[in-house]
Write a protein that binds this ligand. Structure first.
Ligand code: UD1
Length: 391
């Protein structure tokens, strides 16, 4: 008898979920790691991970973000393969979107019978797929667990709390994540401080940026023309859905742009609000549609400073040492303030302008890169999953 036939071969099936723009940066390094461990990544070609075990995986795109600007361009830039399953959930109210994803994801889980579902971040897809999997008795791993803004008006905070409360494996990016989970009574042996997959992705893409090619593109020419500039992103419902808050922020931006031009790729939610309100931007605020990952990185990495209400950009600016002003009252990512270059400036025009004046007067934070933000988080995550599931 062939020796191989005597082995008990265990097959571990992983389903990795991505749904919205900020998820794509987080799944890309996990996909790369899974691919690096598999000669062929499709389950019909499982690859030995240890002497007697096999690893296979599939990628699910929920379709929460669906158009080229918000999804397709990221798959291209970040080298993510075509998903094995596309749930085509699309837009809707929170309940509609979450429900559509749950119904479709349940069918995928029933067909694939994975051993573990890996979800990332804090979007509606994260919540929908973690709850669906858990109710089917499938283990759930949450990448970017434990972050807390303590602001339940943020849909993401609800998604974080629910997902963490039912996850079997909690992969945290910063110390506060660990502390929050322990305070909420999670078992210490379920919490793994692994660093940040988004930083893995950032370092990987930065090192592959083709500066020459980008220099000849529209954004490259703009960069040369502007010289010094600021980079802005804004899409949080709390900032853009209320015309009074949004109007105040725009006043502050116009004021800043009198001295420093601002490059502003506009998120669809924000575009919608701009269309229905009669806001006015100075000529020194340059509006774009949402930019692909590489073009966006090419611009913000050399900006004088970044203004944002995004979760991810607070962390990415800290990882590259770019000054960041966060237009929010709170952050679930305190390490970017304690260790990094981030400053919370609030949402009032006065707060935003005070931070800008400080910056002009030379009051800036140097910052350092937080612990384990070293480009190897995805490796650690897959090592841990293999060790836990395939002893
Ligand atoms: C979602 C996430 C948020 C994340 C953000 C990044 C939740 C609760 N929120 O918020 O955490 O920071 O994505 O973008 O999951 N739209 C398009 N094209 C698309 C996708 C959306 O035009 O490909 C439009 C939608 O029709 C909707 C608006 O953009 O009008 C907002 O999209 P939605 O996914 O509902 O929420 P986001 O604000 O993007």
């Amino acid at each position: 008898m062939d020796g191989n036939q005597e082995r008990v071969v265990e097959m571990m099936k992983i389903i990795l979920v991505a749904g919205a723009r900020p998820n794509f940066m987080k799944v890309a390094p996990i996909v790369r790691e899974l691919r690096a461990r598999s000669l062929e990544y499709r389950p019909d070609n499982p690859t030995p991970t240890t002497n007697n075990s096999m690893l296979s995986w599939k990628l699910v795109h929920t379709g929460q973000h669906y158009d080229y600007d918000m999804s397709g361009s990221f798959f291209e830039d970040l080298e993510i393969p075509e998903p094995d399953h596309h749930l085509e959930a699309g837009s809707g109210t929170h309940a509609e979107q979450t429900a559509k994803i749950m119904v479709e994801f349940e069918k995928v889980c029933a067909a694939e019978m994975p051993d573990i579902v890996v979800v990332v971040g804090d979007v509606n897809s994260t919540l929908a797929c973690s709850v669906t999997a858990k109710k089917m008795g499938i283990r759930v791993a949450h990448v970017e667990a434990g972050l807390r803004s303590n602001d339940l008006a943020m849909p993401e905070e609800v998604n974080r709390l629910v997902t963490d409360s039912i996850s079997d494996y909690l992969f945290v990016t910063e110390n506060s994540g660990q502390e929050n989970l322990l305070r909420e009574g999670k078992r210490p042996d379920r919490i793994f401080f692994v660093g940040h997959v988004m930083v893995d992705n950032l370092f990987y893409v930065r090192q592959k940026l083709n500066e020459e090619k980008l220099g000849n593109s529209e954004v490259g020419k703009l960069k040369q023309r502007l010289g010094d500039y600021a980079f802005l992103t804004m899409h949080r419902p709390s900032n853009v859905d209320d015309p009074k808050t949004f109007g105040g922020i725009i006043d502050a931006l116009n004021e800043i742009s009198r001295e420093v031009p601002i490059v502003f790729p506009v998120h669809p939610r924000t575009r919608h609000q701009l269309n229905i309100n009669s806001f006015w931007f100075s000529d020194s605020v340059v509006l774009f549609p949402p930019l692909p990952f590489k073009e966006s990185l090419y611009l913000w990495k050399d900006a004088l400073f970044v203004l944002t209400d995004s979760g991810g950009l607070q962390e990415e600016t800290t990882a590259l040492g770019v000054p960041c002003f966060t237009i929010r009252e709170n952050t679930e990512r305190p390490v970017t303030i304690e260790d990094g270059t981030n400053r919370l400036v609030g949402t009032s025009p006065e707060g935003i302008l005070a931070a800008y004046r400080d910056f002009r007067n030379g009051i800036t934070k140097k910052g350092r890169v937080p612990a384990l933000w070293d480009g190897h988080a995805a490796e650690r995550i897959i090592e841990i999953i293999i060790a836990e599931l395939l002893p």
